[in-house]
Design a protein around this ligand. Structure first.
Ligand code: HEC
Length: 166
């Protein structure tokens, strides 16, 4: 739970209650709206597909950083991908009410992500490419295991981010 949000929401509630306690006329519609937004922001968390689309972008950036031998940038992209998968497992430990997505993430990704880290640490371009292919296969293996064989990830063929150097 995001404590900052709770704090903001509590303050909002307090302000609303204070407003109600005064003699001043209350803009009820606005108060209700503010409360609604507060509750909605507390309840909000990213959908699984949003995490996956983030991963998709990271997958592309990681590839171009690695084949460009920008090892610091590749390490950064890998950090971001790992963090995103940690968050995925935290917010979506179960998929479709039955699939243990959290443990599947570890099962499929631990080895390829570990190998990618080694390849980046050793600035080993050849091992990077091999490990990246294994990562892509792991993405697809998990999609197949989750009955999503139609979501097929492939090695990126072009760089869609023309506003960043790779
Ligand atoms: C633990 C299993 C698992 C792994 C590993 C996994 N995915 Fe997914 N992926 C899913 C599931 C489940 C969905 C369907 C999400 C939904 O529909 O809510 C999905 C959906 C997607 C989508 C479609 C999102 C959309 O809305 O268009 C993309 C793209 C994707 N994954 C990319 C990747 C990439 C890239 C990797 C590897 C770096 C990866 N996934 C690894 C389980 C996995």
């Amino acid at each position: 739970m995001n404590y900052l949000k709770i704090l903001i929401f509590s303050s909002l509630l307090a302000v609303n209650l204070m407003t109600l306690a005064t003699e001043k006329p209350v803009d009820t519609q606005n108060s209700v709206l503010e409360l609604r937004y507060g509750v909605e922001s507390l309840a909000y968390f990213p959908q699984l597909s949003e995490f996956m689309i983030t991963t998709q972008r990271q997958h592309t950036k990681l590839w171009f950083a690695g084949i460009g031998k920008k090892w610091e940038l590749a390490g950064y992209a890998l950090d971001a991908m790992e963090k995103n998968f940690d968050e995925t497992a935290k917010y979506h430990p179960i998929f479709n009410k039955e699939v243990p997505l959290g443990s599947h993430l570890t099962k499929y990704l631990e080895k390829p992500l570990g190998d990618l880290r080694t390849s980046i640490d050793n600035k080993d371009g050849r091992f990077f490419k091999k490990s990246f292919d294994n990562l892509t296969s792991a993405c697809n293996a998990c999609h197949i295991a989750e009955n999503l064989r139609f979501i097929v990830v492939q090695k990126p063929t072009f760089l869609p981010f023309d506003n960043q150097k790779f």
